[in-house]
Design a protein around this ligand. Structure first.
Ligand SMILES: Cc1ncc(COP(=O)(O)O)c(C=O)c1O
Length: 399
């Protein structure tokens, strides 16, 4: 048999999902698992969306429009209008299969094999896979727990720019670090991008998830200033608990790029028509829904930070946004520890599943003693999960 492609051989497993077989085996043994490994929200979707499932007007589920259904696009224009970006037109939006497809298309559209994309490290692990699929290289800009994972100075970033650099990819608020980049930091990135003719790809799928008065500064603010260079990748997954609907949207004023996206869209025919019908109700979602949502995540964040900081040897920064925490654990290899939690440990027949953090770094050796914890469980479950983690660390063999 002929060999598989280089990409097939090298695409990395997701550290968020690669321990799933061990989790399945633990469940078969009757062990209850608290999932801290994945950002799949447990909060109910807005009721107007669930109700819409009952009013689907067709007797079949047909293909949808390749750009996206006009009802959903109009609802999204209303959503961005409410945020203060009312000048967008429907041609500036392309519906995608989640932010994932948006990122993949964006990187594939701007990179030739060997081109480079700068991004803050640690980063959302699948960026690596998306870049690899396009033959592009992700170039990490190191950030640290000590500075709350905020951006280093412009000169540090500029040192990483080569002839092959095409874009700066920024996740705001950040998964996995919880950093929220305000106007000053985004202005700095814009300055660098303009000076070197780079695109800014902004992944703003966690836009609403910001706490303690932190406000992510959207790249949509730069559309007039840098119309060809700004690409927003957005998603409905987190904000409306619609992860399984697989819907996202790319926003850009770069006409050539948007035309390319439409052709990508035509090649994969369409996003789901039923999903878009449901998500199209987003114009009816009240502000109260978001207020309640953010309040709940904020409470969880506080419970988790407080609980983790009480565990001897655990270090974590206080996330400003999204719903993840990067935590340093008193272990040598967090991947082995995460696996051990599923294979060898349980407390009262319960355990926790965490995401080993090395996969969120491109730099070898970084993140090996860290895990990413998602706070998508209710408070009671989170409190119990922290107790389990503490007990596990107490007895985990040190060597
Ligand atoms: C930072 C970030 N970007 C993009 C995505 C992709 O999500 P989706 O494809 O569900 O929109 C995720 C999912 O967890 C994410 O955390």
């Amino acid at each position: 048999m002929k060999k598989l492609s280089w990409i097939a051989e090298n695409i990395p497993a997701s550290p968020i999902r690669e321990l799933v077989p061990f989790a399945e085996a633990a469940k078969k043994r009757g062990v209850k698992i608290y999932h801290l490994n994945i950002g799949d929200p447990d909060i109910e979707s807005p009721s107007v969306m669930i109700e819409a499932l009952k009013t689907w007007p067709h007797q079949l589920i047909p293909y949808a429009n390749s750009q996206g259904e006009s009802h959903l696009i109009n609802s999204l224009l209303g959503y961005y209008g409410k945020l203060g970006f009312g000048k967008l037109a429907s041609a500036d939006l392309q519906i995608t299969l989640g932010g994932s497809e948006g990122l993949l298309w964006t990187i594939s559209s701007i990179c030739e094999p060997g081109d480079e994309i700068l991004t803050f490290e640690p980063f959302y692990t699948n960026y690596m896979s998306f870049a690899l699929r396009a033959g592009a290289k992700l170039v990490p800009i190191e950030t640290t727990i000590e500075t709350g994972f905020h951006s280093p100075k412009a000169s540090v970033i500029e040192k990483k720019i080569t002839e092959r650099t095409k874009a700066i990819l920024v996740c705001n608020p950040s998964n996995p670090t919880g950093a929220v980049y305000p106007k000053v930091e985004m202005d700095m990135l814009l300055g660098i991008a303009k000076k070197h003719g780079l695109y800014i790809i902004a992944d703003e799928v966690y836009r609403e998830f910001a706490y303690d008065g932190h406000q992510p500064y959207s790249v949509l603010n730069y559309l007039t200033d840098y119309p060809e260079g700004i690409i927003l990748v957005d998603s409905l997954s987190k904000r409306y608990s619609l992860c399984g609907a697989r819907l996202g949207v790319i926003v850009s004023l770069n006409k050539k790029l948007m035309q390319a996206f439409l052709r990508y869209g035509q090649a994969r025919l369409s996003a789901g028509s039923l999903d878009q019908y449901v998500a199209g109700q987003l114009d009816k979602v009240s502000d109260a829904y978001f207020q309640k949502l953010i309040k709940e995540y904020d409470r969880r964040r506080q419970v988790l930070v407080k609980g983790l900081r009480k565990i001897p040897g655990v270090v974590c920064s206080e996330p400003e946004g999204a719903f993840y925490i990067m935590a340093k654990l008193p272990v040598k290899d967090s991947k082995k520890f995460a696996q051990w939690l599923l294979t060898d440990f349980s407390d009262d027949n319960e355990t926790v599943m965490v995401a080993p953090a090395a996969g969120f770094y491109a730099t070898k050796g970084l993140g090996v003693d860290e895990v990413r914890i998602a706070y998508v469980l209710n408070i009671k479950a989170l409190e119990r999960a922290v107790v389990i983690l503490a007990r596990a660390l107490e007895i985990y063999p040190k060597n």
